[in-house]
Design a protein around this ligand. Structure first.
Ligand code: IPM
Ligand code: MN
Length: 358
């Protein structure tokens, strides 16, 4: 059976890391007898420059015909799109919304091979294994907003605003994802909010408490986002599944990438109710190193492993990729971001090391 996958390489290092992940998927296909077919489409800055939109109709169609999207990154340095045109990031938000991919899974673990790379003491960080479950299609990212256009009058009263909104069903479905994931892990869920200040967080907390009643085997605790931002670094091994809203999840997952050794190590899956998924590295387009062939492909390769697991149910194949990444790291394969200023290998060489291990 053919498995159609949409490729959205996007901007910056996106094409380089997506190419690496496709090579790994092809290795899996040959080894386990699968047929993956790929269709590439424009996304981000390239799409804006060609069509005026970061997420054009044709790209929407390509994604709609696929079972999953493998994405690189969007965005670039200021001035990379014509003035007044939409921002590339709007394309990413539209893609997530279009396919209802509300459940963003961002696993963060500490690789033993990278312990000396992490600016937190090894005895504190060793064994960290957290699954962030970030709500992705609601909250302040999608609330009512007003933009201040044109010249700004410093004594003026026109306000820019974004409203943080959550409906019970949006909180309930992401909480379900978190509790179900916890059942497969250490059976603990931490819900992160700002309920001491925000009404939307108080709703969030009440809904999570209601959903928790259906999962008596899972322990739930609530944390306020400010102190949790500290505790994630001081006690990184204390957490199992962390469920939170769109913006808190955005911030906390970048923060937690420190515990993995590099943002270049973090994969993600964004799923809808029927298992359709957008798979992308947590890192961005990294325009400073784009085109040099030195980006770390591991985040995207691990995202491809998540695609196999979450959309296709191919757990054995996913585990094979994760083990191959561990093996390559244990063999001292290091891209620049995880080389601590020492010698490093290229994107292509890291990819080859992982494929060899497969
Ligand atoms: C992420 C990114 C995006 C987000 C941006 C590029 C819109 O930071 O995936 O974490 O904020 O969700
Ligand atoms: Mn982010």
């Amino acid at each position: 059976m053919e498995v159609p996958i949409a490729l959205l390489p996007g901007d910056g290092v996106g094409p380089e890391v997506v190419n690496a992940a496709v090579q790994v998927l092809n290795t899996i296909a040959a080894k386990y007898n699968h047929v993956f077919t790929y269709k590439e489409a424009l996304f981000g800055i390239a799409a804006i420059n060609a069509t005026g939109s970061p997420f054009p109709e044709e790209t929407r169609d390509v994604c709609g015909e696929a079972v999953a999207v493998l994405m690189g990154a969007v965005g670039g340095p200021a001035g990379s799109t014509p003035p007044g045109s939409p921002r590339p990031e709007q394309g990413l938000l539209a893609l997530r919304k279009e396919f209802g991919c509300f459940a963003n899974l961002r696993p963060v673990k500490t690789w033993d091979a990278l312990l000396d790379q992490i600016p937190v003491k090894p005895e504190i960080v060793r064994g960290t294994d957290i699954l962030f479950v970030r709500e992705l299609t609601g909250g302040i990212y999608f609330g009512v907003r007003h933009e201040v256009e044109g010249e700004i009058d410093l004594s003026g009263r026109e306000e820019a605003y974004d409203t943080m909104e959550y409906a019970p069903y949006e909180v309930a479905r992401i909480a379900e994802v978190a509790f179900k994931a916890a059942l497969q892990r250490d059976k603990r869920v931490t819900s992160v909010d700002k309920a001491n200040v925000l009404a939307s967080s108080r709703l969030w907390r009440r809904v999570v408490d209601i959903v928790a009643k259906d999962y008596p085997d899972v322990t739930l605790d609530h944390q306020l986002v400010d102190s949790f931002a500290m505790r994630i670094i001081t006690q990184p091994t204390a957490w199992d599944v962390v469920v939170t809203g769109n913006m808190f999840g955005d911030i906390l997952s970048d923060e937690a990438s420190v515990l993995a050794g590099s943002l270049g190590m973090l994969p993600s899956a964004s799923l809808n109710e029927s298992g359709y998924g957008i798979y992308e590295p947590v890192h961005g387009s990294a325009p400073d190193i784009a085109g040099q062939g030195i980006a770390n492909p591991i985040a995207t390769i691990l995202s491809a492993a998540m695609l196999l697991r979450h959309t296709l149910g191919l757990d054995e194949e996913a585990v094979a990729i994760e083990k191959a990444v561990t093996a390559a790291l244990d063999n001292k394969a290091r891209t620049a971001d995880i080389a601590q200023g020492g010698p490093y290998i290229s994107t292509a060489e890291m990819t080859a090391a992982i494929i060899d291990a497969l």
